[in-house]
Design a protein around this ligand. Sequence first.
Ligand code: HSE
Length: 315
Amino acid sequence: MSLLTVTVPATTANLGPGFDCLGLALTLYNRVTMQEADTQLTITISGEGADWLPRDERNLTWQAAKRLFAAANKWPSGVIIHQENQIPAGSGLGSSAAAVIGGVVAANELVQAGFSPAQLLQLAVEMEGHPDNVAPALLGGLTLINQENAGLHLEQIPVPPLSVVIVLPDFPLPTAQARAALPQNIPLQDAIFNIGRMGLLIRAFQAGDHEQLRLAMQDRLHQPYRLPLVPGLKEAFAAAYHAGASGVALSGAGPSLIAFAPAHHAAIAEACAAAFTQAGLRSRSWLLTIDPGGTRVGDGGNSAGSNSSFILHNS
Ligand code: HSE
């Protein structure tokens, strides 16, 4: 029986002021292969999370696939799933979104359900709950997404290639905990501050303007409440700027940080690592760039979305 391969990029949500609305796809990938089988469910996992991610009914990629099968009312006799993960789980780099997108996209192909990318996005958002990770994971690039009740409004914003240093401290920070740290109400002045920064940020990204990023990535809605949750994180932000970063933000709900910079990438990573070491934490870092194409089906180069379209391609 034929073997399907789906490749899904990591994502970084928020980018400072764009809390719950902005997300960017990055060149770090999880790959899912799915094949119809006679036995009900076999899951193997390699790479990130291989030693603890569930290989049974609790597996998120499998749950997403089941959601698609149910929505399409088309069920395979059984499936074999292999996950090859580069995206560290629980890091703020969209590993859950990647698992869900991988599941729905692979299942859509497997049973030839014919769901459109917009329908796949809706299903994945219902499951994962964070459209600012799910949308760029599916479509690539920089995505602005507004969720209101059940509706989604999505815009893809063209951006030039930018280099991003990711630094991930070895510290558990579940998204639920990072969200619980946020106030339910915010001062009007903080809302005004973020609206202004968000406008600047979109403009800075579009122009590839590193000079503007430091100001544009400031935030008052979530980072001030979340940074104290991780030892050394505040110091790592300062160290990244000192080493030459042009803009620094918490990646999603953390604990990883992202630093944009035209140069000095190794120095930025080392400076952040030193700040975490000082706080007693180990850390890992990556140098990535923007993934422009999103989720790919097959081993070839066709992408799930290009520009602002919702078209999925097979290769
Ligand atoms: N925007 C969400 C948050 C992303 O910051 O909580 C969660 O991955």
